[in-house]
Ligand binder design. Structure first.
Ligand code: NFS
Ligand code: SF4
Length: 628
């Protein structure tokens, strides 16, 4: 069986994998080792879009064969890629739509358990979208804002509302390329039909819809999710938080929320603070109730409320092996079906809560925004029951790591000496004078096909050593938090220029921006960088780069594509679903850049990846005439 130290550098996950093996329990790490990736599928050289197939081409000799319908390798790969973008975009926009529904309910007054907590942000976003804000009641502005943001989903003609946020030159580039999204539903519908058998069979045409759909994610669904999250739950500002499995407490009722939508988590926070439920927990012998997060909704609550975070995607099964998790409630996305069996083995009560995501055999307690406490109180009660009847031996790895989280794009500028929600002049000045060479976004999942956390950590260390400021979202930021890099003290690992800036300001060299939908904060930050001046006039001019070194999900592909379409050089690790040396490969890895967009790149090794990102950043600096 596999050696835990070979598959993860996360100490606590290693310990729990070793225990799982002793206990005869299997996780995704074991399954990945036993299931070799299909070499044809891995390269996206097969198609099952109709019953004349499935058709398999030869990834080693891609032009030697075509599908039964005559589809070429470029058609097959671009269609497969398009479908990944469609699913990823659908996930983020569906999440954003749920947030909009919640916001609408709060604004109309029929949802009473949530409230608007950042009116300043609401007014600012409304103003940005062209809504009159002067001498108007907040609720009145909010009603118009709901209607405007709803266009993100339902609009049939015209441009997505948040397209306005992008630099003028980037907008013009999109218009020229014919990729400005109308509404997310329309784009997802169109990409789905265009990838049907016998439809769009020219990858140079399909790429337009791929870009248009992906842009509807970044500048649509994800951005709406982030902005509404801030309005309802507060715009994050730096908060010290704890991560890793040691946040579990042996003598308390432990509840994990794992998933993506902050509404469930926020209500759970209210439930665990309910004096009656606390009294019940104490009556069952526990010292209290301990609520912790995992994956992205965990990051939303870590960033906004400092709620402890137990780990990223590849630790969700392992943590159940502690035996200490009394209940885990999940909502949507990145929830492995394998959790059900592990939970069962250790007596953890696992619940699904969202009508979109049930798991066979797992009890479902539906979460309804009108009565959120009905669901979350029940989960707490079930967790207390399980605590009282704990039979599995408890083994909690003791390790806890501290970090600073919650750097909204608003706060980054403020911290560097600007005004809150003002311009990015201080950051730009430090880039222009060369103390900071550029900015890298390192984001995304963990994947059992590579050593968990290793690629993230090595890549980020290498980047900051070269004076590149790193911003992070998603599971990646938990990898770095566990490695201690989200602390101001980590400045000593940075190059002299970045270290000087960090020490002056008291900030970490690696800034955690939140969940995966908060990649939209990176988009907003780069818009602010362009607006502040001195670094060119489109996103593509900036000395920035993006990476998802351990990606696994279709959402990650959608995110990568919207960064590329927005002008950002984006590099992925693990594997890439394209056959090299094909025309589609050349389009994605070279030609998009010539249209004023960014481009894709790929490397498995973190040091190769860092070298490529640094080379790109230096190329952009040279083009801007910096360092002369
Ligand atoms: Ni992003 Fe969040 Fe993590 Fe990857 Fe999954 S939790 S949305 S997809 S695995 S970063
Ligand atoms: Fe094969 Fe063409 Fe059908 Fe795809 S669409 S399965 S390539 S026949």
């Amino acid at each position: 069986s596999l050696n835990p130290a070979d598959v993860t550098i996360c100490e606590t996950t290693q310990k729990m994998l070793a225990k799982a093996h002793r206990d005869g329990v299997e996780t995704a790490f074991d399954r990945a080792a036993n299931m070799k990736a299909c070499p044809i599928g891995e390269k996206s050289a097969c198609c099952k879009h109709c019953a004349m197939g499935p058709c398999r081409l030869n990834a080693k000799d891609p032009y030697s064969k075509v599908g039964v319908c005559g589809a070429t390798i470029d058609t097959i790969q671009s269609r497969n890629f398009a479908r990944m973008v469609a699913s990823g975009t659908a996930s983020h926009t569906d999440h954003g739509m749920e947030m909009l529904n919640l916001f609408k309910g709060v604004v109309s007054g029929h949802i009473k358990d949530y409230e608007i907590s950042d009116t300043e942000k609401l007014i600012q976003v409304a103003g940005e979208l062209g809504i009159a804000t002067e001498d108007r009641e907040v609720l009145d502005i909010a009603r118009d804002l709901c209607a405007e943001m709803e266009k993100t989903y339902t609009q049939i003609e015209g441009e997505l509302p948040f397209i306005k946020r992008a630099p003028k030159k980037t907008q013009e580039m999109w218009r020229e390329a014919g990729v400005v999204p109308r509404g997310a539903m329309r784009e997802i519908m169109e990409i789905t039909t265009r990838t049907h058998m016998g439809m769009d069979q020219d990858h140079t045409n399909l790429i337009k819809q791929i870009n248009r759909t992906a842009l509807a994610d970044g500048w649509g669904g994800s951005m709406v999710a982030t902005e509404i999250g801030d309005m309802l739950f507060g715009t994050p500002y730096p908060v010290v938080g704890e991560v890793n499995m040691g946040v579990l407490k042996e003598d308390e009722v432990n509840i994990i929320i794992h998933g993506h939508e902050p509404n469930l988590f926020d209500s759970m926070l209210a439930s665990v603070n309910d004096p009656e439920l606390i009294a019940k927990a104490q009556a069952s012998g526990a010292k209290g109730i301990n609520l912790v997060g995992m994956c992205c909704s965990g990051l939303e609550m870590l960033s906004r409320r400092g709620v402890p975070h137990a780990g990223n995607f590849m630790s969700t099964e392992a943590i159940l092996v502690t035996g200490a998790v009394d209940a885990m409630a999940v909502d949507v996305q990145c929830i492995k079906q394998g959790l059900a069996k592990v939970a069962d083995c250790y007596g953890t009560k696992l619940f699904t809560t969202n009508p979109r995501a049930h798991i066979e055999g797992v009890p479902h307690i539906e979460f309804e925004e009108d009565y959120p406490r009905e669901c979350t109180d029940t989960v707490v009660e079930m967790a207390i029951k399980r605590y009282a009847g704990r039979t599995a031996p408890i083994d909690i790895p003791k390790r806890k790591d501290k970090g600073v989280f919650g750097f909204s794009h608003e706060y980054i500028n403020y911290m560097l000496g600007g005004t809150f929600r003002g311009s990015y002049t201080p950051l730009n000045d430090n880039i222009i004078n060369g103390r900071i060479r550029g900015v890298a976004g390192v984001v995304g999942c963990t994947n059992p096909r590579v050593k968990q956390d290793y690629v993230h950590v090595e890549l980020v260390k290498e980047l900051i050593k070269n004076d590149i400021l790193v911003v992070q979202t998603g599971c990646s930021q938990i990898s770095l938090a566990k490695a201690g890099l989200l602390t101001p003290e980590a400045a000593h690992l940075a190059g002299p220029g970045l270290a000087e800036v960090c020490e002056t300001v008291g900030m970490p060299p690696v800034l955690g921006l939140g969940a995966c939908v908060d990649n939209s904060r990176i988009l907003t930050a780069v818009c602010n960088m362009v607006a502040a001046g001195g670094l060119g006039d489109s996103i593509a001019d900036l000395p920035v780069a993006g990476a998802a070194p351990e990606w696994m999900s279709e959402k990650a592909i959608a995110i990568g594509q919207y960064f590329v379409a927005s002008g950002v050089y984006t590099i992925f690790g693990v594997t890439f679903p394209i056959v090299e040396q094909t025309k589609f490969y050349k389009l994605m890895f070279e030609d998009l850049e010539k249209q004023g967009m960014g481009k894709w790149d790929f490397a498995v090794d973190p040091h190769d990846m860092a070298a490529k990102m640094i080379a790109h950043i230096e190329k952009k600096r040279a083009a801007l005439g910096l360092d002369k």
